[in-house]
Design a protein around this ligand. Structure first.
Ligand code: OGA
Ligand code: NI
Length: 348
């Protein structure tokens, strides 16, 4: 695995480029015209948007109406905004605050956590190891929660001082929310509540905190290129006051208008595979802007990484045979990491 040990080029922090005040972006952030964000995002009043689902009645995944709303959203969009999700607004505010403070620390402090492509843990500025790749306009911090053997507080920032405990609390609350959602997703497929969770075996959880600095030429680049999430399910917390996430719907990109303190939930490739494509892992991307930085926290809920993941046999019929061969998440992730973000090529 020598090829995965180091980045192919010296790492430049996007935040440093942004803070340099240069009026143009370096050439290797300029996307080919077909990948650039469209000039006018669909902003018209009443424009289509991802569904909003109220989780207030979802106790242990048992409320039929809520299960139906979640399942419809995951079949049609692969995305929904969750309100009344039970995670306290105070914790969301604290989590955003500590991570925003981290990205505003002096560069030397952040560089102590510079990551490598071996595990991606730490402070990073690119995905994929292709030399000469066109890069995204964003920095990030990646860390593990579960399994515990991968978790180490020493790999998390020591500053600001409350970051570690706040992040622990956030990870624990999101894991609980994901367990409730998994039961609902399972029932939405017509399965027992515990069927989908059992297929995950021992869950893995990790998080990428994305920081998208202001960009002098936002129409030429993206904060995060089009991709689908490789894992099970993603719970995204975004800045309330600045839009940026776009979700693919047929041939267009739909801008998500974040509701205050809502989570954006989306299906990843592993649940698409387990559900034999009943639930969709949908492509999404991030647009940046010239006037505001943007912070987002993507919490990834994944199956145990060494169990084969294939379509759940109960869902297969002669009319709808298995669309995928079983593969472990470890195998899948390795393939994705080498390639870097490049739309949705694997699960179709
Ligand atoms: C991700 C992601 C979206 C965002 O981290 O996988 O899609 O709005 N993030 O930052
Ligand atoms: Ni994503």
């Amino acid at each position: 695995m020598d090829c995965l040990r180091e980045w192919p080029e010296p790492i430049v922090r996007v935040q440093s480029l942004s803070e340099s005040g240069a009026p143009t972006i370096p050439a290797h952030y300029v996307k080919p015209p077909s990948e650039r964000p469209s000039a006018a995002p669909a902003a018209a009043a009443g424009a289509v948007s991802i569904p909003v689902v109220d989780l207030g009645k979802l106790e242990d995944g048992a409320d039929a109406e809520t299960v139906k709303a979640i399942a419809e959203a995951c079949r049609g969009w692969g995305f929904f905004q969750a309100v009344n999700h039970g995670v306290s607004p105070g914790l969301l505010r604290r989590a955003r605050e500590v991570w925003r403070a981290f990205f505003h620390l002096p560069m030397e402090e952040k560089q102590r956590y510079a990551n490598s492509p071996v595990t991606y843990e730490g402070y990073g500025s690119r995905l994929g190891i292709q030399k000469g790749a066109i890069l995204d306009w964003g920095d990030y911090y990646f860390l593990h929660f579960l399994p515990l053997c991968l978790m180490s507080h020493h790999k998390w920032p020591a500053q600001p001082p409350t970051l570690r405990e706040t992040t622990d609390e956030y990870g624990e609350e999101l894991r609980k929310l994901c367990r409730r959602l998994m039961k609902a997703l399972s029932m939405g497929l017509g399965l027992e509540a515990d069927h989908l969770p059992a297929a995950f075996d021992e869950e893995g959880t990790c998080m990428r905190v994305n920081f998208y600095p202001k960009c002098p030429q936002p129409e030429l680049t993206l904060g995060l290129s089009a991709h689908s999430d490789p894992g099970g399910m993603t719970i995204l917390l975004v800045d309330d006051h600045v839009a940026g996430l776009e979700v693919r719907k047929d041939d267009s990109w739909i801008t998500v208008r974040p509701l205050p303190d809502a989570f954006i939930v989306n299906i990843g490739d592993q649940i698409q595979v387990l559900s034999n494509a009943a639930y969709k892992s949908v492509e999404h991307r991030v647009r940046v802007n010239a006037s505001s930085e943007r912070l987002s926290m993507a919490f990834f809920y994944n199956p145990r990484s060494d169990v084969p993941i294939g379509p759940i046999p109960h869902l297969l019929t002669t009319d709808r045979p298995a669309l995928y061969q079983p593969m472990t998440f470890d195998e899948y992730r390795l393939f994705m990491r080498k390639a870097g973000p490049r739309g949705k090529k694997l699960t179709g």
